[in-house]
Design a protein around this ligand. Structure first.
Ligand code: ADP
Length: 627
């Protein structure tokens, strides 16, 4: 029998227990509802029947957007949720099953699912799924993988670049003086592949060409010195270890120091730059050739901006390279010739080369310079037209010579025609009047004819000589002859020219010469006829020679107009004529003395002159005698 008190007590105890249980249930519910661990239940048809706040927070849904919906909807991979559900229906327990869930904001959460099924009385009630958000970890992993990939990629890229550039890598350990060589370094140095990768440094230092060794060592010392950049970059020659071939290499290095500030190692690259160096040398040679060229060589862009200007350009135009580079080529174009030049530029732009085109360009001091231009297009390695090279040759002298030649030709025709028409006139008169004219007229006419014919003969002889000289066909016909006889003969031959003068002969003794008799005769004729031509107001001419041991000095002296010192210097140039004052103008071609000087040259002698303006001139030359 249970009395009331006992019952009441029992009830009180049960109530207390019940209260405690209620508290526990509340605590548990709160833990499940509000705990940090995401949790949801799914029924046998895959519908979410419940989810706690942590789960909703993780994915960002409101309860009504999540609970009551199929779990499949929230999985990014259909196959994964199907597998999960089928496993759970088979009563499996899932531990850390990886899955990807779709959040409300469109992002994906990586989760690990732990789940099993609650059965009641053998009946499937629901699955209980704990979802652990591992997104941060997974993303971290991804990032790490990406970094790793990037690192591998850049490593591969660096390797590729090193290989493509044929860069050798080396590291010199200063402590044990051993050097590590990469395969490419070995190739550059001519080491065998099977040669030790670590080798003593001496072997390498010995390969450096002796003339560069001191410089390399100095650069190394400098890189290791205090306060330096600890880098070095030096290009030098080596003799390849395998075949002694001379190669240029460029080494760049960085010195590393230990904690005691001692150089620990030098790491660097090595590149065979022989081809580039040779191209450099070639470029330098070419530049030197261009610089020493007698012609002006100028490079300019399509827009006419000067990019190079050699020494001769400076000499010819007077502008320094620094005044011209970067400036327009128009600076040396005279305005009135601009149009003509642009026509040529068009031709060059069309890829044509314009050769030896004669024109005038402007110098710094405003002179017009006669030049012959050669314009050639400059192309880059792809064949694009990028500029023009212009070679200008100074043809001032050539132009002057042309002018003299033209004057010469017109004078020749005049000078040959005048005596010829005199000859013809007198010959006609003679034949007409021969019968009834007095004797002295015949004599006078015959003398005139003779005189003019002699003049022509001498002229024609000079022309022939000049033509032969131009053809390089002059040769000496040496013979032994008596000088006294030659002088007498020449004077007799040109007596019509010297008739007006007293010829003072100076021939102290008989002299035999070995020379070209005819040519020495021609020299004498030229000198004596000049002595008559350029001394219209005087009366005397001295002709003759003086003799010393083995030598004779032959001279012709006049007391005429004389020659200035400046003219004396140029007298023997071809076509050179002195501009004599108007009263003294004498016809001539300016070839007589040129021929004289050439003939004497061929004889190993030299024509010399002493002269004073207004007083007269003395021409003389030396020859060896036979006796
Ligand atoms: P050309 O007499 O035909 O002009 P040359 O070569 O013989 O040519 O002489 C060149 C120039 O030298 C002459 O134009 C003349 O002015 C000058 N010359 C030559 N000989 C004499 C001389 N004896 N006295 C003065 N001038 C002279």
């Amino acid at each position: 029998m249970i009395d009331n008190r006992t019952l009441t007590k029992k009830i009180q105890q049960l109530e207390a227990e019940n209260g405690e249980l209620k508290d526990r249930v509340e605590e548990l519910s709160d833990f499940i509802e509000n705990g940090a661990l995401p949790l949801h239940w799914v029924d046998s048809s895959g519908i979410i029947t419940w989810a706690n706040q942590a789960e909703l927070n993780t994915l960002g849904y409101r309860a009504d957007e999540y609970i009551g919906h199929s779990i499949t909807k929230f999985h990014a991979d259909k196959a994964v949720i199907e597998d999960i559900l089928s496993r759970l229906l088979n009563n499996e327990t899932l531990t850390n099953y990886p899955a990807r869930l779709l959040c409300k904001d469109g992002t994906i959460k990586y989760v690990l699912i732990n789940s099993n099924v609650l059965h009641k009385g053998g009946e499937f009630v629901h699955t209980r799924c704990f979802t652990r958000d591992v997104t941060a970890i997974v993303e971290e992993q991804f990032k790490r993988n990406e970094l790793l990939q990037e690192y591998e990629l850049s490593e591969a890229r660096l390797k590729m670049a090193i290989e493509a550039a044929n860069l050798g890598i080396w590291e010199w350990n200063k402590k044990n003086n051993q050097v590590f060589w990469s395969a490419e370094s070995k190739k550059i140095l001519g080491l065998q592949e099977e040669d030790l990768t670590l080798a003593g440094v001496d072997r390498f230092l010995n390969a450096i060409a002796p003339e560069d060794r001191a410089r390399v060592e100095r650069e190394l010392d400098l890189a290791m010195a205090d306060g330096s950049e600890h880098r070095y970059d030096v290009t030098y020659r080596i003799r390849r270890i395998d075949n002694q071939e001379l190669r240029w290499i460029r080494c760049q290095g960085l010195v590393e120091f230990d904690s005691y500030d001692r150089a620990k190692s030098i790491t660097g690259t090595m590149l065979d730059v022989t081809d580039a160096k040779q191209a450099d040398i070639k470029r330098a040679e070419l530049a030197a050739i261009i610089d020493s060229s007698y012609d002006a060589v100028v490079g300019k862009s399509l827009e006419g901006i000067i990019s190079s200007w050699n020494n001769s350009a400076q000499r010819m135009f007077g502008f320094e390279a620094s005044e011209m580079i970067g400036e327009s080529i128009l600076k040396i174009y005279p305005e009135d010739l601009l149009q003509e030049k642009s026509i040529f530029m068009e031709r060059v732009k069309a890829g044509e080369r314009v050769e030896q085109y004669e024109t005038k360009l402007l110098t710094k001091d405003g002179r017009l310079l006669d030049v012959s231009l050669t314009l050639s297009p400059i192309h880059d390695s792809e064949g694009n037209f990028i500029g023009v090279s212009k070679i200008a040759r100074d043809i001032t002298e050539k132009k002057r010579e042309e002018q003299r030649k033209n004057d010469f030709v017109s004078m020749v025709s005049h000078e040959l025609k005048t005596p010829l028409s005199t000859i013809m006139t007198y010959a006609q008169l003679l034949s007409k009047r021969a019968a009834d004219e007095p004797k002295d007229f015949v004599l006078q006419a015959a003398t005139k004819i003779d005189h003019q014919a002699k003049k022509m003969k001498a002229l024609i002889k000079d022309f022939l000589e000049l033509a032969k000289m131009d053809d390089g066909k002059t040769s000496l016909h040496t013979e032994t002859f008596n000088l006294n006889t030659l002088i007498t003969e020449v004077l007799a031959d040109i007596s019509p020219l010297t008739r007006r003068y007293t010829v003072e002969l100076h021939m102290p003794e008989a002299v035999n010469l070995r020379a070209d008799r005819e040519k020495i005769g021609q020299v004498l004729i030229n000198l004596i006829s000049n002595a008559t031509k350029y001394a219209p107001d005087s009366e005397k001419i001295k002709v003759g020679f003086t003799k010393s041991e083995g030598k004779v000095t032959i001279f012709v002296q006049d007391f005429g107009i004389g020659i200035s010192e400046t003219d004396q210097k140029r007298l023997f140039e071809r076509f050179y004529r002195v501009d004599n004052p108007p009263g003294y103008h004498v016809a001539g071609f300016g070839i007589g003395l040129y021929i004289v000087s050439e003939i004497l040259n061929d004889h190993g002698s030299r024509i010399q002159v002493e002269s004073t303006l207004g007083k007269g001139s003395l021409f003389y030359f030396e020859l060896n005698t036979e006796n």
